[in-house]
Design a binder for this molecule. Sequence first.
Ligand SMILES: [Zn+2]
Length: 321
Amino acid sequence: MQDYSPIANLDWSFRSYLNRRLAEKARHFDHEDVPDYAYGMDYELRRKLDAIPGLHSLAEKLNVTIATTALQELNRTAVAVTPNQFPDVYEMACTCARRLGMSVPNVFIVNNPVTNAGAYCADDVQPVIQINSGLYERLTPGELLTVIGHECGHVQNNHMVYQNIVSIIAGIGLTGVGARYPELAALLTQGTTIALYTWSRAAEVTCDRAGMICCDDLEDAYRALAKLMYGATFKEQEIDYNALETQLEMQMGNIVRYDEILDEHPSGVRRIMAEREFAACGVFYAWRPDLLKPDSLQRSKEECDQRCKKYINLTSKSKRR
Ligand SMILES: [Zn+2]
Protein backbone atom coordinates (compact mmCIF):
# COMPACT_ATOMS: atom_id res chain seq x y z
CA MET A 1 0.00 0.00 0.00
CA GLN A 2 1.40 3.37 -0.99
CA ASP A 3 1.75 6.09 1.68
CA TYR A 4 0.01 9.29 0.78
CA SER A 5 0.22 12.61 2.62
CA PRO A 6 -1.86 15.56 1.36
CA ILE A 7 0.86 17.96 2.47
CA ALA A 8 3.83 15.99 1.14
CA ASN A 9 4.29 18.23 -1.92
CA LEU A 10 3.76 21.58 -0.23
CA ASP A 11 6.70 23.98 -0.28
CA TRP A 12 7.47 24.84 3.37
CA SER A 13 10.59 26.91 2.64
CA PHE A 14 11.01 30.39 4.05
CA ARG A 15 11.54 31.73 0.52
CA SER A 16 8.17 30.35 -0.55
CA TYR A 17 6.50 31.86 2.53
CA LEU A 18 8.16 35.21 1.82
CA ASN A 19 7.09 35.16 -1.83
CA ARG A 20 3.50 34.46 -0.83
CA ARG A 21 3.54 37.34 1.67
CA LEU A 22 5.09 39.74 -0.87
CA ALA A 23 2.51 38.77 -3.50
CA GLU A 24 -0.28 39.32 -0.97
CA LYS A 25 1.18 42.74 -0.08
CA ALA A 26 1.49 43.78 -3.72
CA ARG A 27 -2.16 42.89 -4.22
CA HIS A 28 -3.46 45.16 -1.45
CA PHE A 29 -0.90 47.98 -0.97
CA ASP A 30 0.39 50.63 -3.36
CA HIS A 31 4.02 51.72 -3.68
CA GLU A 32 3.59 54.10 -0.72
CA ASP A 33 2.19 51.29 1.45
CA VAL A 34 -1.34 52.69 1.33
CA PRO A 35 -3.81 49.81 1.74
CA ASP A 36 -6.49 49.52 -0.93
CA TYR A 37 -9.27 49.53 1.70
CA ALA A 38 -8.37 53.08 2.89
CA TYR A 39 -11.04 55.73 2.39
CA GLY A 40 -9.78 58.04 -0.38
CA MET A 41 -10.51 61.23 1.58
CA ASP A 42 -8.22 60.03 4.39
CA TYR A 43 -5.07 60.16 2.24
CA GLU A 44 -6.29 63.11 0.13
CA LEU A 45 -6.73 65.28 3.22
CA ARG A 46 -3.52 63.99 4.79
CA ARG A 47 -1.54 65.15 1.77
CA LYS A 48 -3.04 68.61 2.30
CA LEU A 49 -2.03 68.53 5.98
CA ASP A 50 1.48 67.44 4.93
CA ALA A 51 1.70 70.58 2.79
CA ILE A 52 1.12 72.95 5.75
CA PRO A 53 4.60 74.32 6.56
CA GLY A 54 6.09 72.78 9.71
CA LEU A 55 3.01 70.76 10.68
CA HIS A 56 4.21 67.29 9.66
CA SER A 57 7.62 67.60 11.26
CA LEU A 58 6.07 68.89 14.51
CA ALA A 59 3.47 66.10 14.44
CA GLU A 60 6.07 63.37 13.89
CA LYS A 61 8.29 64.53 16.76
CA LEU A 62 5.30 64.82 19.06
CA ASN A 63 4.07 61.39 18.03
CA VAL A 64 7.35 59.64 18.91
CA THR A 65 7.29 61.24 22.37
CA ILE A 66 3.65 60.33 22.99
CA ALA A 67 3.94 56.76 21.66
CA THR A 68 7.01 56.09 23.83
CA THR A 69 5.36 57.57 26.92
CA ALA A 70 2.07 55.73 26.32
CA LEU A 71 3.81 52.35 26.16
CA GLN A 72 5.61 53.01 29.45
CA GLU A 73 2.54 54.46 31.17
CA LEU A 74 0.29 51.59 30.13
CA ASN A 75 2.94 49.13 31.22
CA ARG A 76 2.94 50.83 34.64
CA THR A 77 -0.81 51.16 35.17
CA ALA A 78 -2.63 48.58 33.02
CA VAL A 79 -2.62 44.84 32.37
CA ALA A 80 -0.63 43.58 29.39
CA VAL A 81 -2.47 41.05 27.24
CA THR A 82 -0.49 37.83 26.71
CA PRO A 83 -1.30 34.25 25.64
CA ASN A 84 -1.99 33.57 29.35
CA GLN A 85 -3.54 36.87 30.43
CA PHE A 86 -6.78 37.82 28.65
CA PRO A 87 -5.99 35.03 26.16
CA ASP A 88 -9.27 35.76 24.35
CA VAL A 89 -8.10 39.31 23.58
CA TYR A 90 -4.63 38.07 22.65
CA GLU A 91 -6.20 35.67 20.16
CA MET A 92 -8.27 38.52 18.69
CA ALA A 93 -5.16 40.70 18.25
CA CYS A 94 -3.45 37.78 16.45
CA THR A 95 -6.50 37.27 14.22
CA CYS A 96 -6.64 40.97 13.29
CA ALA A 97 -2.90 41.11 12.60
CA ARG A 98 -3.14 38.02 10.39
CA ARG A 99 -6.16 39.29 8.46
CA LEU A 100 -4.62 42.73 7.88
CA GLY A 101 -1.12 41.38 7.20
CA MET A 102 0.68 43.23 9.99
CA SER A 103 2.62 42.33 13.13
CA VAL A 104 0.74 41.62 16.36
CA PRO A 105 0.45 44.84 18.41
CA ASN A 106 0.89 45.10 22.18
CA VAL A 107 -2.51 45.25 23.85
CA PHE A 108 -3.30 46.56 27.34
CA ILE A 109 -6.57 46.39 29.30
CA VAL A 110 -7.12 49.63 31.22
CA ASN A 111 -9.38 50.21 34.22
CA ASN A 112 -11.69 52.76 32.62
CA PRO A 113 -15.51 52.46 32.40
CA VAL A 114 -15.75 54.55 29.20
CA THR A 115 -16.51 52.34 26.18
CA ASN A 116 -13.44 53.33 24.26
CA ALA A 117 -10.18 52.07 22.81
CA GLY A 118 -7.13 53.71 21.30
CA ALA A 119 -3.83 53.12 19.55
CA TYR A 120 -0.31 54.48 19.75
CA CYS A 121 2.42 53.92 17.21
CA ALA A 122 5.43 55.65 15.76
CA ASP A 123 8.55 54.71 13.86
CA ASP A 124 10.81 52.59 16.07
CA VAL A 125 8.18 52.36 18.83
CA GLN A 126 6.19 49.15 19.25
CA PRO A 127 2.50 49.65 18.36
CA VAL A 128 0.19 49.65 21.37
CA ILE A 129 -3.57 49.21 21.57
CA GLN A 130 -5.47 50.25 24.67
CA ILE A 131 -8.79 48.57 25.48
CA ASN A 132 -10.84 50.16 28.25
CA SER A 133 -12.48 47.77 30.73
CA GLY A 134 -15.86 49.34 29.90
CA LEU A 135 -15.44 48.23 26.29
CA TYR A 136 -14.24 44.75 27.20
CA GLU A 137 -17.21 44.21 29.53
CA ARG A 138 -19.96 45.53 27.23
CA LEU A 139 -19.01 44.15 23.83
CA THR A 140 -19.46 40.59 22.64
CA PRO A 141 -16.26 38.83 21.50
CA GLY A 142 -17.27 39.34 17.86
CA GLU A 143 -17.83 43.08 18.41
CA LEU A 144 -14.55 43.43 20.30
CA LEU A 145 -12.75 41.77 17.39
CA THR A 146 -13.93 44.54 15.06
CA VAL A 147 -12.84 47.24 17.50
CA ILE A 148 -9.36 45.72 17.79
CA GLY A 149 -9.32 45.53 13.99
CA HIS A 150 -10.28 49.23 13.88
CA GLU A 151 -7.37 50.12 16.16
CA CYS A 152 -5.02 47.95 14.07
CA GLY A 153 -6.21 50.06 11.13
CA HIS A 154 -4.96 53.21 12.88
CA VAL A 155 -1.58 51.52 13.29
CA GLN A 156 -1.43 50.19 9.73
CA ASN A 157 -2.32 53.61 8.28
CA ASN A 158 0.05 55.51 10.57
CA HIS A 159 -2.78 57.76 11.73
CA MET A 160 -1.28 58.68 15.08
CA VAL A 161 1.05 61.27 13.53
CA TYR A 162 -1.86 63.69 13.22
CA GLN A 163 -4.34 62.00 15.56
CA ASN A 164 -2.33 63.05 18.63
CA ILE A 165 -2.56 66.70 17.60
CA VAL A 166 -6.32 66.35 17.19
CA SER A 167 -6.53 64.88 20.71
CA ILE A 168 -4.50 67.76 22.08
CA ILE A 169 -6.74 70.34 20.40
CA ALA A 170 -9.81 68.52 21.70
CA GLY A 171 -8.25 68.28 25.17
CA ILE A 172 -9.07 64.59 25.25
CA GLY A 173 -7.33 61.35 24.52
CA LEU A 174 -6.47 58.19 26.30
CA THR A 175 -3.67 58.06 28.88
CA GLY A 176 -4.03 61.82 29.22
CA VAL A 177 -2.55 62.67 25.80
CA GLY A 178 -4.97 65.55 25.42
CA ALA A 179 -3.93 67.08 28.72
CA ARG A 180 -0.33 67.35 27.59
CA TYR A 181 1.20 70.14 25.58
CA PRO A 182 -2.00 72.29 25.63
CA GLU A 183 0.01 75.27 24.41
CA LEU A 184 0.49 73.52 21.05
CA ALA A 185 -3.17 73.98 20.19
CA ALA A 186 -2.67 77.75 20.40
CA LEU A 187 -0.06 77.59 17.63
CA LEU A 188 -2.55 76.32 15.07
CA THR A 189 -4.78 78.50 12.93
CA GLN A 190 -8.52 77.90 12.94
CA GLY A 191 -8.28 76.65 9.34
CA THR A 192 -5.65 74.07 10.29
CA THR A 193 -7.72 72.98 13.27
CA ILE A 194 -10.80 72.39 11.12
CA ALA A 195 -8.70 70.61 8.48
CA LEU A 196 -7.32 68.27 11.17
CA TYR A 197 -10.80 67.41 12.45
CA THR A 198 -12.08 66.84 8.90
CA TRP A 199 -9.18 64.49 8.20
CA SER A 200 -9.72 62.71 11.54
CA ARG A 201 -13.32 61.85 10.62
CA ALA A 202 -12.16 60.50 7.23
CA ALA A 203 -9.46 58.44 8.98
CA GLU A 204 -12.13 56.83 11.15
CA VAL A 205 -13.88 55.59 8.01
CA THR A 206 -10.64 53.89 6.92
CA CYS A 207 -10.35 52.19 10.30
CA ASP A 208 -13.98 51.08 10.40
CA ARG A 209 -13.18 49.30 7.14
CA ALA A 210 -10.13 47.66 8.75
CA GLY A 211 -12.43 46.50 11.56
CA MET A 212 -14.78 44.97 9.00
CA ILE A 213 -11.90 43.14 7.32
CA CYS A 214 -11.07 41.60 10.71
CA CYS A 215 -14.61 40.61 11.72
CA ASP A 216 -16.25 37.19 11.62
CA ASP A 217 -19.71 38.64 11.00
CA LEU A 218 -20.51 42.06 9.49
CA GLU A 219 -23.37 42.56 11.96
CA ASP A 220 -20.73 42.62 14.74
CA ALA A 221 -19.13 45.66 13.10
CA TYR A 222 -22.45 47.56 12.92
CA ARG A 223 -23.50 46.52 16.43
CA ALA A 224 -20.20 47.61 17.96
CA LEU A 225 -20.74 51.13 16.58
CA ALA A 226 -24.37 51.14 17.72
CA LYS A 227 -23.24 50.23 21.23
CA LEU A 228 -20.93 53.24 21.27
CA MET A 229 -24.11 55.28 20.72
CA TYR A 230 -26.46 53.66 23.22
CA GLY A 231 -23.89 52.49 25.73
CA ALA A 232 -24.94 48.83 25.84
CA THR A 233 -25.76 49.23 29.50
CA PHE A 234 -28.95 47.19 29.42
CA LYS A 235 -28.97 44.37 26.89
CA GLU A 236 -28.40 43.51 23.25
CA GLN A 237 -30.47 45.53 20.79
CA GLU A 238 -31.36 44.77 17.21
CA ILE A 239 -30.38 47.54 14.79
CA ASP A 240 -33.24 49.05 12.78
CA TYR A 241 -31.39 50.46 9.77
CA ASN A 242 -34.45 52.29 8.42
CA ALA A 243 -34.83 54.08 11.75
CA LEU A 244 -31.14 55.01 11.66
CA GLU A 245 -31.56 56.45 8.15
CA THR A 246 -34.49 58.51 9.43
CA GLN A 247 -32.32 59.76 12.29
CA LEU A 248 -29.64 60.72 9.78
CA GLU A 249 -32.20 62.49 7.55
CA MET A 250 -33.26 64.58 10.52
CA GLN A 251 -29.63 65.24 11.45
CA MET A 252 -28.77 66.40 7.93
CA GLY A 253 -31.76 68.66 7.66
CA ASN A 254 -30.79 70.61 10.74
CA ILE A 255 -28.12 73.20 11.48
CA VAL A 256 -26.98 70.99 14.38
CA ARG A 257 -25.11 68.82 11.87
CA TYR A 258 -22.34 71.42 11.84
CA ASP A 259 -21.60 70.65 15.50
CA GLU A 260 -19.62 67.76 14.07
CA ILE A 261 -17.07 70.17 12.54
CA LEU A 262 -15.09 69.91 15.77
CA ASP A 263 -15.65 66.18 16.33
CA GLU A 264 -12.89 63.59 15.91
CA HIS A 265 -15.38 60.93 14.79
CA PRO A 266 -18.34 61.04 12.40
CA SER A 267 -21.61 60.46 14.24
CA GLY A 268 -22.39 56.80 14.91
CA VAL A 269 -25.22 56.72 12.36
CA ARG A 270 -22.97 58.05 9.61
CA ARG A 271 -20.31 55.46 10.46
CA ILE A 272 -22.75 52.57 10.30
CA MET A 273 -24.08 53.78 6.94
CA ALA A 274 -20.52 54.17 5.59
CA GLU A 275 -19.71 50.64 6.79
CA ARG A 276 -22.73 49.27 4.97
CA GLU A 277 -21.41 50.89 1.78
CA PHE A 278 -18.06 49.13 2.22
CA ALA A 279 -19.94 45.85 2.65
CA ALA A 280 -21.01 46.33 -0.98
CA CYS A 281 -17.46 46.99 -2.26
CA GLY A 282 -15.29 44.58 -4.24
CA VAL A 283 -12.20 45.53 -2.21
CA PHE A 284 -13.82 44.19 0.96
CA TYR A 285 -14.39 40.79 -0.63
CA ALA A 286 -10.86 40.76 -2.06
CA TRP A 287 -9.71 40.74 1.60
CA ARG A 288 -12.49 38.49 2.86
CA PRO A 289 -13.71 36.21 0.03
CA ASP A 290 -15.06 33.86 2.74
CA LEU A 291 -17.75 36.46 3.61
CA LEU A 292 -19.01 36.78 0.03
CA LYS A 293 -22.66 35.77 -0.38
CA PRO A 294 -24.52 35.09 -3.66
CA ASP A 295 -26.38 38.42 -3.36
CA SER A 296 -23.37 40.52 -2.26
CA LEU A 297 -22.77 43.64 -4.34
CA GLN A 298 -19.17 44.30 -5.37
CA ARG A 299 -19.01 47.96 -6.40
CA SER A 300 -15.74 49.59 -7.40
CA LYS A 301 -13.67 51.30 -4.73
CA GLU A 302 -14.26 54.68 -6.44
CA GLU A 303 -18.03 54.26 -6.37
CA CYS A 304 -17.92 53.05 -2.78
CA ASP A 305 -15.88 56.11 -1.71
CA GLN A 306 -18.27 58.43 -3.53
CA ARG A 307 -21.26 56.86 -1.81
CA CYS A 308 -19.51 57.05 1.58
CA LYS A 309 -18.71 60.71 0.99
CA LYS A 310 -22.43 61.45 0.88
CA TYR A 311 -22.72 60.06 4.40
CA ILE A 312 -19.52 61.53 5.82
CA ASN A 313 -19.55 64.98 4.18
CA LEU A 314 -21.22 67.46 6.55
CA THR A 315 -22.62 69.56 3.73
CA SER A 316 -24.51 66.70 2.06
CA LYS A 317 -28.25 67.19 2.33
CA SER A 318 -30.31 64.10 1.63
CA LYS A 319 -29.00 60.65 2.50
CA ARG A 320 -31.86 58.47 1.38
CA ARG A 321 -31.31 57.02 -2.06
ZN1 LIG B 1 -10.61 55.26 15.61
